[in-house]
Design a protein around this ligand. Structure first.
Ligand code: NAP
Length: 260
């Protein structure tokens, strides 16, 4: 996360105390980059990441109460889409001692907005974001990579690309969910690189690899908690059927021509 003063070299960098909820693949990736940016990070998660956090110089809290009381400027929600509700509802959020900005990074947007507004005390700010990058594409930092966000309830302004949660989910169902689905289909087909790859086929192999590098929880969350995803799955199925029918029709035309 860039601080409010951004990464522009002419501006001083404001360092923040950032608490991370959910220290899986994406949470760890964010923590490593934010540490490099000079922010202080602390984390809590279902799994005990004490050892890893020790190596990374991130404070790890097994107990969520001291985590909430640890004077966080920002709390980043990095849990899976499927577990968000359970995780937030299990946190004693009334124990928060100070005004905090809650930022979620889930790859669907209406769902976390609704849950955050439901569980958070009124004096907590809410920023719903979707970083359009991951540990691989963001491994050299995320400057210049897109991040979609909606300031759901934010008193302090920051500089980013704004989009409503609804619009985000509509667009993401047609882009991100679609590419994950096709990647998963290609994985089911067990496609592998060959000795005579075309550029297009290499793109397909990369798509398969990138889709299967993400957890199935992430993929199913994109489907279950994005109300526009089901329609896209149906569109995919119908389009597949149309292409197949066109091929079969052409084949039967050719066969009848050659039999004349
Ligand atoms: P993920 O499988 O979507 O989420 C893994 C995280 O969820 C871990 O921190 C895990 O905790 C936690 N979790 C899962 N089930 C849980 C449960 N029942 N109770 C408590 N915690 C639970 O994989 P991810 O790649 O790390 O993604 C995290 C979030 O970032 C997701 O919401 C995803 O949509 C978003 N995101 C990911 C990417 C990406 O490229 N990976 C990009 C943008 C946004 P433990 O590790 O403690 O088990």
């Amino acid at each position: 996360m860039s601080s409010s003063s951004s990464s522009s070299s002419s501006l001083p960098l404001q360092t923040l105390k950032i608490g991370i909820v959910g220290f899986g693949t994406f949470g760890q990736f964010l923590a490593k980059t934010m540490m490099k940016q000079g922010h202080t990070t602390r984390a809590t998660s279902r799994t005990d990441y004490s050892q890893l956090c020790h190596q990374l110089d991130v404070a790890f809290f097994r107990d969520v109460i001291p985590f909430l009381e640890a004077d966080n400027d920002v709390i980043l929600i990095c849990t899976s889409i499927l577990s968000l509700s359970e995780v937030l509802n299990s946190m004693p959020l009334r124990r928060l001692k100070r005004h905090t900005l809650f930022v979620d990074v889930l790859s669907v947007k209406e769902h976390p907005r609704n849950v955050l507004l439901q569980v958070l005390p009124e004096n907590m700010d809410v920023l719903c974001t979707h970083p359009m990058f991951g540990p691989e594409s963001g491994k050299n930092g995320w400057k210049d990579l897109p991040l979609v966000y909606e300031k759901v309830r934010v008193r302090n302004e920051t500089r980013m690309v704004e989009m409503s949660c609804e619009e985000h989910d509509k667009v993401a169902a047609r882009s991100q969910f679609l590419s994950h689905s096709i990647g998963r289909i290609l994985a089911e087909m067990e496609i592998e690189s060959t000795s005579m790859n075309t550029k297009s086929f290499e793109t397909l192999v990369k798509l398969k690899e990138s889709a299967t590098n993400d957890s199935f929880d992430l993929f199913s969350g994109l489907f279950i908690h994005n109300r526009f995803a089901q329609q896209e799955l149906m569109n995919l199925e119908q389009s597949f059927e149309k292409v197949k029918q066109r091929l079969l029709k052409k084949m039967s035309e050719q066969q009848s021509l050659s039999s004349v």
